[in-house]
Each structure stands twice: as structure tokens, then as C-alpha cells.
Design a protein around this ligand. Structure first.
Ligand code: PLP
Length: 474
């Protein structure tokens, strides 16, 4: 069941979602003339025709021409509960009607922000019971680092300002978050903070293709971290920031024991451990937070966003341990006790109302349990694509995965491999599937409500598109 059959089936799923063609045409032209997109190809500025997505329901989205696609990206790793959830829409509308916005600064708050902070604390690992809200993942990651700086300085360690990160990491697009990120492909003509940011080895380990054992790979990563700590000086390092599994860097899964071993090193050297769960949190790996349940660590801070509201509203949060919050409070300078970090829209009441409804639905429908069931099915089905000669690797965990394409024996993001992956992406789009291309990778992070039937369709279209791209090269 490929191509037309699948599309007919999808079209039936989304009947009633018919966009207005005139407004589509003007959207394409307004977009080309006026929008500078994040991560867009600058050489086609003004001429590129964007795909305008206008309607969406469940795991499907519809473009301006009425064409239906399965969204295997979850918007952008974020639409976890799927599109068109009336309960989320109602929660947003109710809060907007009641009280759309008021400042979160100083000693003013709103009911949704207070309630959400309590709900997050109840579901977080260990003593992570204090929440500082942000506006998304980047501002949450930056806030976590600023908290680490404040904490270290408040404890009489003014030189502990350096930050450990990893190559291939992604922590956001603001100045410091982009500097923490270690994706070389993103490093272009911008300026980055280099004085205090140190990138260690990328932790991605793939047992299917590695020629060293997981234990040896882990030992090398830990050596590298120890060496970096010794070079920079433990007394100068404030924190280590790490995604439990790297997402945008190419779904890079560390070897077993990595998270625990890095936490132990941090503890030994009084380095705060910040777990960036912007992608891995809120169910993508089958748990509210992956840090404790999956990787057996209780970090000092967790950064979350995206699935926090299922992408229905922009919101981010840093969960901070009581230990750190209390230490900062006790040591705050008596003449200047103000904690000057936060944003106009930190804990926006409408976004918090969406997050509360999101958590309620997740629990009522046992979304995490569902992911634990379909996640292994998704990975197994995808792994079957490895039989194709142009698939070099398939890796992932539950509902985050990636297929790495290769021309012949070449590996990595060579120009030919990237062109190949783009071709796969184009054929997927033609056949009604949206995947996220990055270098020579096709990245997949479907809404968490995907069923085995959806997964079969995703893998069938991806497989057929890979076959087609492969034939072009023969
Ligand atoms: N951290 C991680 C792990 C992410 O994947 C992202 C975005 O993809 C961010 C932070 C930045 O989040 P945002 O784009 O909401 O600022």
C-alpha cells in the first residue's frame, strides 16, 4: 500500500479541511517578499516558494492546494497531542477571555502560572520543585545557564563561569544558546561566545555500525570530559548542559551509562548538571521527563519547552532544585536581592493554561504509556529500511528517530549525500509525508498519538521514496 492508495486513505481522514486557495496564493507571495525564515536558504531569499500549511488535524496537515500529508515531524518536535485538540483550544480561549496577560515580574503572578509550576514540580525528579518560566527552549536554556552563574557566584566562586557542552548539541537560537550549540553546519557568519563555552566530544553511539564496544566508547567520552575539566579548571566551570539524547544534531544516542557517568563527574567537581529536555521531555521517550526514569539521573536543573504545551502556545521552563534555589536565596546580596532574569512573557497565562490542559490530557489518555508501546514498533519498522543500499544508519529511541542516507560507501554529510537526502525528502513530500531534512539525515518525531497504522504509512512512504532516490542514482 503505497503512493495513491495511501493518499486516498489520508484524504478521507482529513475531509473537511479545505483551505482557501486565494489566501494561499497571497500567503506564498507575501512570505517570499517579506519573511526571513529561521534556518532558511539565504541564496533563495525573495524567490523561494514556501510550503504554506493551513489546516491540520490529528497527525495530518494540509497545504494551500488541499494536499494532505502525514506530519512525521510533530510540527517541530512539539505537537505531541496532535492537531485540532478542542480541549486545548478551549483552555486557551477561556484563559484569553478571562485574563489574557499580566506581568509575571516581582511579586505578581497568575493562577495558571502558579498551578502549572506546582504540577511540574509534582512530576519532576528529585527536589526539582522550583520553576522559572521562559518563552521557549532557547530562553529556558539561557536562563538555566544564568541561574548556574548566579548560583556559583552567590556561593563565593566568582570564577566559575565556564560552560561545558558537546559537539552536535543544540540548545537554541539566541546568542548564548547558539554558542552552546555544537552543530558545525550552523556556524556561519554570526558571532559566537567562545571565551567561556567548551565543546566536548559528541556522544552519539550506534551499536549497529560502531567498530568499538559501547564500554570503550563511553570510557573515551568520560576521558574527554575529564581532560576538558582539567584543562579549563574545575574551579572555573559553572555547569554542563546536555540533551539526554541529542535531537537536532541528528538523533544521537549516547552509550548506556553516559548520563550517569557525566553526572558523577559534575558532582565530583561542583559543576551544575543542566538536562535539556526540550525534546526528550513530555512523553517523547515514554516519560514526562527522561532524566530520572530513563537515564537514572536527577540533574540540578531541567530545561523544558515544546511538548510542554504540545506546541499550541510558546512556553519554556527551567525546573530548579530546591537546594540551588534555597542557596541562591540565602546568599543573595542584602542590598541587591533582586533576581534579574526573566521575560515579559515568562509564564504567559494563556500558554500556562494550555500546558495545564496538555498535562491533564496526557495523563487521562496515558500518552506516555502509549509511547512506550508504539515507540519500539516505530524503531523496529524503521530499522528494516537498513536493507536499502542508500541507508547507512537508522537510529533513535521511541518517537525520535533518524535515517542517515549515503551514496555508496561515503558516510557523513558530503555534498552528494546531502543532495541524496534532499531527494528523499522531496519524494516523501510528493507522496504525502513530511520529514525533516538535515544534512544527509531524515529526522522523524511524529506526534505522540501516532498509531501503528500511521507508523506503517510513514515507513512505507519513506521506504518508497528512498527506493526512488536510489534508482535515480543507478
Ligand atoms: N533545546 C533543544 C534540545 C532543542 O531541540 C531546541 C529546539 O529545537 C531548543 C533548545 C530551543 O528551543 P526554541 O526553539 O523553543 O527556542
Amino acid at each position: 500500500r503505497q503512493g495513491t492508495d495511501l493518499l486516498t486513505e489520508l484524504a478521507q481522514d482529513t475531509t473537511g479541511l479545505l483551505p482557501n486557495q486565494d489566501s494561499q496564493l497571497s500567503a506564498v507571495s507575501d512570505d517570499a517578499r517579506h519573511v526571513l525564515h529561521p534556518w532558511a536558504d539565504l541564496s533563495s531569499l525573495g524567490t523561494h516558494e514556501s510550503l504554506i500549511i493551513s489546516e491540520a488535524k490529528g497527525v495530518h496537515v494540509v497545504d494551500g492546494n488541499g494536499k494532505t500529508y502525514i506530519d512525521s515531524i510533530g510540527g517541530m518536535w512539539c505537537v505531541t497531542l496532535g492537531f485540532g485538540r478542542e480541549e486545548l483550544v478551549e483552555a486557551i480561549a477561556d484563559q484569553a477571555r478571562r485574563m489574557a496577560y499580566y506581568t509575571p515580574f516581582g511579586d505578581v503572578s497568575s493562577e495558571p502560572a502558579a498551578k502549572l509550576a506546582a504540577m511540574l514540580s509534582e512530576r519532576s525528579p528529585g527536589d526539582l520543585n522550583r520553576v522559572q518560566f521562559a518563552t521557549g527552549g532557547s530562553t529556558a536554556a539561557e536562563s538555566a545557564v544564568r541561574i548556574a552563574h548566579y548560583y556559583q557566584k552567590s556561593q563565593g566562586r566568582p570564577d566559575k563561569i565556564h560552560i561545558l557542552s558537546r559537539r552536535n548539541a543544540y540548545h537554541g537560537g539566541t546568542y548564548l544558546a547558539a554558542s552552546l550549540s555544537g552543530k558545525l553546519a550552523d556556524r556561519t557568519l554570526f558571532h559566537y561566545e567562545t571565551d567561556i563555552v567548551h565543546h566536548m566530544k559528541s556522544p552519539g553511539f550506534d551499536p549497529d555500525i560502531s567498530d568499538v564496544s559501547a564500554e570503550a566508547f563511553l570510557a573515551d567520552l568520560i576521558d574527554d570530559m575529564e581532560r576538558t575539566i582539567a584543562e579549563v579548571g574545575a574551579d572555573r566551570i559553572a555547569c554542563f548542559i546536555a540533551e539526554p539524547i541529542m535531537a537536532s544534531g541528528g538523533v544521537l544516542v549516547p552509550p548506556p551509562g553516559y548520563q550517569k557517568a557525566t553526572l558523577d563527574l559534575c558532582r565530583k567537581h561542583d559543576i551544575l548538571y543542566i538536562s535539556d529536555e526540550v525534546v526528550t521531555g513530555f512523553g517523547r521517550l515514554g516519560h514526562f521527563f527522561a532524566s530520572e526514569t530513563r537515564f537514572d539521573i536527577v540533574p540540578d536543573m531541567i530545561v523544558t519547552a515544546k511538548g510542554l504545551t504540545s506546541g499550541y502556545q510558546p512556553l519554556g521552563a527551567v525546573l530548579i532544585s530546591d537546594r540551588i534555589a534555597a542557596a541562591m536565596s540565602e546568599a543573595a546580596p542584602k542590598d541587591k536581592p533582586v533576581f534579574s532574569n526573566g521575560f515579559t512573557y515568562s509564564g504567559h497565562p494563556v500558554a500556562c493554561a494550555a500546558a495545564i490542559a496538555n498535562i491533564e490530557i496526557m495523563e487521562r489518555e496515558d500518552i506516555c504509556g502509549h509511547v512506550r508501546k508504539v515507540g519500539p514498533y516505530f524503531i523496529d519498522k524503521l530499522k528494516a529500511l537498513r536493507s536499502s543500499p542508500i541507508v547507512y544508519a537508522v537510529r533513535g529511541d521511541h518517537l525520535m528517530a533518524c535515517v542517515e542516507c549515503t551514496v555508496g560507501m561515503e558516510t557523513g554529510p558530503t555534498a552528494r549525500n546531502m543532495a541524496l537526502a534532499q531527494r528523499v525528502d522531496r519524494y516523501c513530500e510528493e507522496a504525502g509525508l513530511l520529514v525533516r531534512p538535515y544534512e544527509n539525515l531524515c529526522i522523524l518525531s511524529p506526534p505522540l498519538i501516532v498509531t501503528e497504522r500511521h507508523i506503517d504509512s510513514i515507513v512505507a512512504i519513506l521506504g518508497a521514496s528512498i527506493e526512488r532516490a536510489g534508482k535515480d542514482l543507478r
